[in-house]
Every structure is written in structure tokens, then in C-alpha cells.
Design a protein around this ligand. Structure first.
Ligand code: A2P
Length: 344
């Protein structure tokens, strides 16, 4: 038996990737619904190589018609619609930050905390809502999980270099238009980002909080604690860079137990969701350009941090639309299907 699946935000950067990923991974679909705002009703989107779907307006859709809904339409829409969808018996997998820190909503990365998914069900105290983490957190916790299990990660310092697609399709258009405009001497217009993004780096993602961190930085701390271990101390500095797809992270960890470079390399090489490419040569590391379109979390540049007792540094790159968003959501849907948590 297949599932009746709805993708909410099907015209957006992540929504399109969700449709592509569901098709690529042969998710068992009986009926697929592409939903977006009423502005997009009647537009067409692809589902895999051969199928074209006509977009339905979200406000016209009855969620009793779907078993699983993958939401990527922003926090406000999720807050408004997801609880109703859950009540109608549809299991929601939401990509926004609307529910991530709610106690009755599990925050899931399937390689890291698959067992927490059961708590989403109403009979287990949940709301039929599962949250997908922030894109920077998702790739990071995939890398941290095996290290934490084996060496006990105590503290993490992470600097991010984040692609514009994390801010949606209009943000990708802004980078494209600014870049093209600068070559022909046009005035730069910034509408999505706070400053010019073309040929620049912006140390400001999401809003500022009272303590001087941005909300993106806070999310990395809070979500890592919820998914992996509340005892882990994490401090983040998040930067937007003019890359279309692929988030990069420089990660500095301190652990309870000693590590060797080769021990870390071998451990990560054998861990789910991770590809290690780490040679000290020109081609021996992965860049976001190479990670785009790939499912893996790529780890490179593993080296000992000589300034602390048990410290290691590495470079972590992944396609933010995939592992950071669409792929993780589809993997959650697969987990839900495997465990028989959704459906009639
Ligand atoms: P639409 O294209 O009709 O505006 P992105 O993050 O790439 O900007 O994509 C956001 C997605 O969420 C789009 O598919 C967008 O649809 C959808 N969306 C945004 N606001 C709403 C809303 N109020 N109701 C339904 N879908 C929405």
C-alpha cells in the first residue's frame, strides 16, 4: 500500500526538492498533492521525471485526504495549518522552526534519534507533528553523533558558511540578479538580505537576540541539545555567503576521551549518512559546489586541535536543500512508513 502525500510549499526551493527526493527514493505514493499559496494555484510542478502535478491552493485542501504532509511553507503557515492537519489525522513533517522546540513535537534526524519519532503520535502525547531541524543543525548532528557516542562530545565551536538557498528561492534570485547587475554597473538592490550578498559575506542570519547571538546561532545550540544531548555545550557563528547551494561548517570539538585523527577518520567513514574525503592534497576535500545535488554529509580536513586536551577540527559540507531540508524530511517519512505510524 502506498500513501497519500501532500507537499506544502511545492513551488518553493525546498518543496521542489521534496518532490524530487520522494520520486528519486521511490517513496510509496498512491496520490501526490502539490500545495502552495492561492497565487500559485493552477501552476504546474514536476514530480520525478515523468509526472506533472497541478498546484492546489493550500486553503482549499482538506488534510483528511492525506496520510503524510511535508511542509516547507514557512513558520507562519505551519503554525496556522499544521495543527489542523494533525488533528485531521495527517502526520505532518514540518521544515520550519515553528514547532521544533515544543515538548510534544519530536525533532528528528533519522541517523541520530530515530526512536524519538514515536512520540509524534497523538496516543503517545504528540500532535501528529514531527519537526525537521534547521539546515545547519541537521548536517552537524549527523557528524557529531558517532563522535559523541565514542568519545563523549563536551563542547562544540562552529562557524558556518551558508548558501543563499537556505533563505528560499527569492534569495537565490537576489544573489543571481545582484551578481549579474554588478557586471553591468547596475545599482544593487537588497530586499531579502540585509546587505549586498553578491561578492560579500553577511554575519547575520535570522534576527538578533538580546545576548548578541542571532536566532540561527541559537537554533544550532538549542536543536543540537534537543536532538543529541542537552549536556553538549555549543557556540555558533553563522555567516551567509554568495553560494547558491551547500552549507559549509568549520567545526571544533572537545571530548571527554582522547581521539586520534585516524580514529576519527575511520569512525566517521563507517557512520551512516557520512562520506569522508580527506587527503591533504588539492582535490582532497569537498566544497559546497561539489556537495550540491548529493545526499551525504561530507567531512574533510580532519586534524587535531593542539590548543586543548582532547580537541579535533574538521570541515563539514552538505547540500542544505537535501540533508538540511528535503532529504531529511523524506527520510523521516520513510521512518514513519517503516514503523507504520501513518496511513489509513
Ligand atoms: P507560493 O509560491 O505560492 O508563494 P521559498 O521558501 O522557496 O520561498 O518557498 C516558500 C513556499 O511556501 C512556496 O511554495 C510558497 O508558495 C509557499 N507559501 C508561502 N506562503 C504560503 C501561504 N500563506 N500558503 C500556502 N503556501 C505558502
Amino acid at each position: 500500500m502506498g500513501y497519500r502525500v501532500a507537499v506544502v510549499g511545492a513551488t518553493g526551493a525546498v518543496g521542489r526538492e521534496m518532490l524530487q527526493t520522494l520520486a528519486e527514493r521511490n517513496f510509496p505514493v498512491d496520490r501526490m498533492y502539490a500545495l502552495a499559496s492561492s497565487r500559485s494555484a493552477g501552476r504546474e510542478v514536476s514530480f520525478g521525471e515523468d509526472e506533472i502535478l497541478t498546484v492546489t491552493a493550500l486553503d482549499k485542501f482538506d488534510f483528511a485526504e492525506a496520510d503524510i504532509a511535508l511542509f516547507s511553507a514557512g513558520g507562519a503557515t505551519a503554525k496556522d495549518v499544521a495543527p489542523r492537519a494533525g488533528e485531521a489525522g495527517c502526520l505532518v513533517i514540518d521544515n520550519s522552526s515553528a514547532f521544533r522546540m515544543d515538548d510534544d513535537v519530536p525533532l528528528i534526524v533519522p541517523e541520530v534519534n530515530p526512536d524519538a519519532v514515536d512520540a509524534a503520535l497523538r496516543q503517545n502525547g504528540g500532535r501528529n507533528i514531527i519537526a525537521n531541524p534547521n539546515c545547519s543543525t541537521a548536517q552537524l548532528v549527523v557528524a557529531l553523533k558517532p563522535l559523541h557516542q565514542k568519545f563523549g562530545v563536551r563542547r562544540v565551536v562552529v562557524s558556518t558558511y551558508q548558501a543563499v538557498s537556505g533563505a528560499g528561492k527569492p534569495a537565490m534570485d537576489e544573489l543571481f540578479n545582484q551578481t549579474r547587475g554588478i557586471y553591468v554597473n547596475q545599482a544593487v538592490r537588497s530586499e531579502i538580505f540585509t546587505k549586498q550578498i553578491a561578492f560579500n559575506a553577511i554575519p547575520h542570519i535570522d534576527v538578533f537576540l538580546d545576548d548578541g547571538f542571532t536566532k540561527e546561532e541559537w537554533k544550532m545550540t538549542a536543536e543540537t541539545k534537543k536532538i543529541l544531548d542537552p549536556a553538549i555545550e555549543l557556540v555558533a557563528h553563522c555567516v551567509r555567503i554568495p553560494v547558491f547551494i551547500g552549507h559549509s561548517e568549520a567545526v571544533f570539538i572537545e571530548t571527554d576521551r582522547p581521539m586520534t585523527e585516524s580514529g576519527v577518520r575511520d569512525l566517521l567513514r563507517g557512520s551512516p549518512g557520512i562520506t569522508v574525503i580527506d587527503h591533504r592534497a588539492d582535490e582532497g576535500y569537498v566544497t559546497p559546489h561539489e556537495a550540491a545535488g548529493e545526499d551525504a554529509v561530507f567531512i574533510s580536513r580532519i586534524r587535531k586541535d593542539p590548543t586543548v586536551e582532547n580537541g579535533m577540527v574538521f570541515w563539514c559540507v552538505s547540500d542544505n536543500l537535501r540533508k538540511g531540508a528535503a532529504l531529511n524530511s523524506v527520510q523521516i517519512a520513510e521512518l514513519v512508513a517503516e514503523r507504520g505510524l501513518a496511513g489509513r
